[in-house]
Design a protein around this ligand. Structure first.
Ligand code: HEM
Length: 376
């Protein structure tokens, strides 16, 4: 396994800012430095679009679908276009939360848990982590669930173009996925479910990953932690009020994003003892910041009651996530439904993460479930 797909690959400690690849982007790994940058008006998010336009021009490629999607990808937007998108998404998320109160989410989660085969090894991604966020997202967007699942896979493929360092072949694959995704959304969305002009179709493409893979990744990470820490399963069953804190700890120790989208400095600024010049790029490694001992005492320990530094798992500042409550609630309800019913055991085969530099989500997670009653 390469370290990017290996869930047990060690996470390097936090350290002062340093430059990657010689003169490459600044890598920010300390919690205090990352928090400062997220709040600072001296930084904007950096879009990969200009680079892709240049490559398309040089290699005589048509990347029009990919570029149209990136143009509506909120994490790359700044200024008034960004505010318009945030308003549209706020409305979509509010409607969804009204349609899916906690009790309805829990009922759906219990329904999913009852249809899981027990006894042998199952892929927890397919049977436990994916279904709930897919169903809620499909209902949020007015899409059939099967189609939402297929479109999610293409939306995740497109995120590879976010990394600023793709090969031509990767960009070609991203463009193919972007074309399928745009066509699929235009044919699949129920017209009355959402205001559908061209830009909002492309905005929704971003929600397919932002609003589902993030949650599925959190659920599978929580199940993996529990499988390897059986005492925590018993503790959460006897003290269910610890569940929100346990999900926060999952987001801290094994959250679905290793790093945030790149930021670019608009002015000279000193961060953590280094001078960052206008135009310099910064990479915020939240996985490392979440284990920064200056911010979190005993950072490798699961402690649902910890009151240390704020989590960076939902980002911060102008691009702060728009679905943290919904995301956390779905993860809490799904994990509750599973541990109420099953004892979770690791399978012989270890899980594998998606081969993706930004996302830390399981592609496969073999687990064994046995009925809780049989353990007692
Ligand atoms: C556990 C679940 C979730 C996690 C861990 C998560 C994480 C994040 C992070 C880290 C960002 C900031 C990215 C950056 O600054 O580069 C973000 C942005 C965003 N998230 Fe979430 N998210 C989750 C659930 C959701 C849900 C359920 C929705 C809505 C349906 C959502 C919608 C968004 C949107 C629209 C943005 C872009 C905000 C902007 O650029 O202004 N997220 N999310």
């Amino acid at each position: 396994m390469t370290s990017i797909t290996d869930p047990d690959a060690p996470i390097s400690p936090a350290m002062p800012p340093f430059r990657s690849e010689g003169n490459g982007p600044w890598v920010i790994t300390r919690h205090a430095d990352a928090s400062l940058i997220l709040r600072s008006p001296a930084f904007r998010t950096a879009s990969p679009m200009m680079g892709i336009e240049r490559i398309a021009d040089r290699a005589k490629r048509d990347y029009s679908d990919l570029l149209a999607l990136l143009d509506q990808t909120m994490v790359f937007q700044n200024g008034s276009a960004h505010l318009v998108s945030r308003q549209a998404v706020r409305h979509i998320v509010q409607q969804s939360m009204a349609r899916w109160p906690a009790s309805t989410i829990l009922a759906e989660a219990r329904h999913i848990a009852t249809s899981v085969p027990s006894g042998g090894a199952i892929d927890a991604v397919v049977h436990l982590a994916d279904p709930l966020p897919s169903r809620i997202l499909a209902s949020m967007l007015g899409l059939p669930v099967d189609q939402a699942m297929a479109l999610r896979a293409d939306a995740m493929l497109v995120t590879r173009a976010w990394s600023h360092s793709c090969s031509l072949r990767d960009y070609d694959a991203c463009q193919d996925a972007a074309r399928r995704l745009r066509r699929g959304l235009r044919s699949g969305l129920q017209r009355d479910s959402i205001e559908t002009d061209d830009a909002s179709f492309d905005l929704i493409a971003f929600l397919l990953v932002a609003g589902a893979d993030s949650i599925a990744g959190t659920i599978s990470a929580a199940l993996d932690l529990l499988a390897r820490n059986p005492a925590w399963q018993a503790r959460l069953r006897s003290e269910p009020t610890l569940m929100p804190g346990f999900i926060r700890e999952t987001l801290r120790l094994a959250g679905p994003l290793r790093r945030l989208n790149r930021r670019v400095a608009q002015a000279a600024v000193d961060i953590g003892g280094v001078s960052i010049a206008p135009g310099d790029l910064v990479l915020l490694r939240i996985d490392r910041a979440h284990r920064d001992a200056e911010a979190f005492a005993d950072p490798d320990q699961i402690d649902p009651g910890r009151k240390n530094a704020p989590l960076l798992a939902f980002g911060g500042g102008a691009h702060m996530c728009q679905g943290p409550l919904l995301g956390a609630m779905e993860a809490e309800m799904m994990v509750t439904a599973i541990i109420d019913r099953f004892q979770i055991h690791p399978a012989a085969a270890r899980g594998v993460l998606l081969d993706h530099e930004d996302w830390r989500v399981f592609a496969h997670l073999p687990l064994i479930l046995t009925p809780v009653a049989a353990e007692q």
